[in-house]
Design a protein around this ligand. Structure first.
Ligand SMILES: Cc1ncc(COP(=O)(O)O)c(C=O)c1O
Length: 436
């Protein structure tokens, strides 16, 4: 039985009472690949993709695409797995673009995002004929027009528009506020100006409108308001978008206290509002593109660490230090993200056996805390700790702080393990790099 719905769907308790994923012995994997170790459960990712697609099919009579936001986590191996599922992909850099192509995404499945794309990024997207370049500012619109003329090739674009809605999430991942650095704000007329300019340009082919409101959002009303504002803008300019994307951002549960994260609520809000707006205006339904990152891969990921030093502070706080932390997962330090953790050899300690502890990392920052308070059984040096919902915005934001090597990443199928990303090894200068 899966000890918690926060773990991947293939998580189970082995006959020896230990946590397993996809029927794999986690102790064996940790011994073979070292810790920290990141695991992705293939079954959970497929389940998320199929659930989302199934719901879209029921709720939206027009054409739809689910495009994975590569910033959540990407590597060449992971790109290959996701391309094979027939997803589109949202990339924000030459690195992500290159890995998307190596993984097998066709140019027609790639959208280029970013608030400050370089000339190289824009030129590459033009050259490969990316599905859409998502223009973020008037400045970028003019620059792209010049590049398109130089390449003698019309740029296929969406405009990223910023409505004024309240994102109900941490300020660092809210992208819809009045001072957001992202997008063409509706409130100061830049959204409207960009539509007019793009439609008049011989080098810009404006096909869609886009917005992305933030991440870890659970309120369907935020999406409803934003879509309404985008369609009001489109109506004011009499511009019928052929393609429409309300971005990603749907939240996932990291702890039992987090709100329900069912895709039904998101899909109903997005599809229902686009359909309502189009029927109000008498416009055909656009091709709808959703761009989830976190909600497709977050729950599929598990981070494994080994327990090292333990101590008690004068106030009685129990501290358990593990062999990773801030360098592989900066989310708590960045925005107080919450997590839970389990001991692999005793995932369900009986009530009295568990006591509160602070799970910290090994890095030289007091902010290197993974979980301020979590119930754990008595632990020994070398015990394995599993942190669920580790699949998004951890490794993609990882660093080599204190010259820590980035961990290995495995793709787990029932009965098969694939190394997606090798653990970094020391180089003679003292820096860390990938092994040959
Ligand atoms: C344009 C865009 N689309 C999609 C996403 C994915 O967001 P999430 O991982 O929260 O679904 C992001 C995240 O920052 C984004 O900037």
């Amino acid at each position: 039985m899966n000890p918690t719905p926060l773990l991947p769907i293939s998580a189970n308790i082995s006959p020896q009472g230990c946590l397993s994923i996809g029927n794999h012995d986690l102790e064996l994997l940790a011994k073979q690949y070292g810790t920290p170790l990141y695991l992705y459960d293939a079954a959970t990712i497929r389940h998320q993709v199929e659930t989302l697609r199934g719901l879209l099919k029921q709720a939206y009579p027009g054409e739809c695409l689910v495009a994975y936001a590569a910033k959540a986590y990407f590597s060449e191996g992971f790109s290959r797995k996701l391309a094979a599922l027939g997803l589109g992909v949202d990339v924000v850099s030459l690195g992500e673009l290159e890995l998307a192509r190596r993984g097998g995404f066709s140019p027609g499945a790639i959208h280029l995002h970013g608030n400050n794309k370089s000339e190289a990024e824009l030129s590459t997207a033009l050259e490969i004929k990316a599905q859409a370049i998502v223009v973020d500012s008037l400045d970028e619109l003019y620059f792209l027009e010049t590049l398109a003329a130089r390449h003698n090739q019309k740029a296929r674009i969406w405009l990223r528009v910023t409505p004024t809605v309240q994102g109900h999430t941490h300020a660092h991942i809210d992208t819809s506020g009045g001072n957001s650095k992202f997008g063409l704000h509706i409130a100061n007329g830049q959204g409207a100006a960009a539509i007019r300019y793009a439609r008049a340009s011989a080098w810009l082919d404006l096909v869609g409108l886009h917005t992305h409101l933030g991440s870890q959002l659970f309120e369907p009303g935020t999406y409803r308001q934003a879509i309404h504002q985008l369609y009001q803008l489109a109506q004011s300019e009499n511009f019928q978008p052929q393609e429409f994307s309300p971005g990603g951002g749907w939240g996932v549960r990291y702890t039992a206290a987090d709100p329900d994260d069912q895709y039904e609520v998101w899909v109903e809000a997005v599809c229902g509002t686009v359909i309502e707006e189009c029927s109000r205006l008498g416009w055909p339904l656009p091709r709808l593109v959703l761009e989830p990152g976190r909600s497709l891969v977050g729950r599929a990921g598990v981070a494994l660490y080994r327990v090292g030093a333990q101590k008690t502070t004068p106030s009685g706080l129990q501290i358990v230090a593990v062999d990773g932390g801030l360098a592989d997962n900066p989310r708590h330090a960045l925005y107080q993200a919450r997590y839970t953790a389990l001991a692999v050899r005793q995932p369900n300690p009986a009530g009295a056996a568990a006591s509160p502890a602070r799970l910290v990392g090994k890095f030289c920052e007091s902010g290197d805390v993974l979980i301020p308070e979590v119930l754990l059984p008595p632990l020994e040096r070398g015990d394995l700790i599993a942190v669920p919902v580790a699949g998004a915005y951890q490794l993609s934001m990882a660093s080599n702080y204190n010259l820590a090597p980035r961990p290995a990443v495995l793709w787990l199928e029932e009965g098969g393990v694939e190394l997606l990303q090798k653990r970094e090894v020391p180089y003679e200068t003292g820096w860390w790099m990938l092994p040959e």
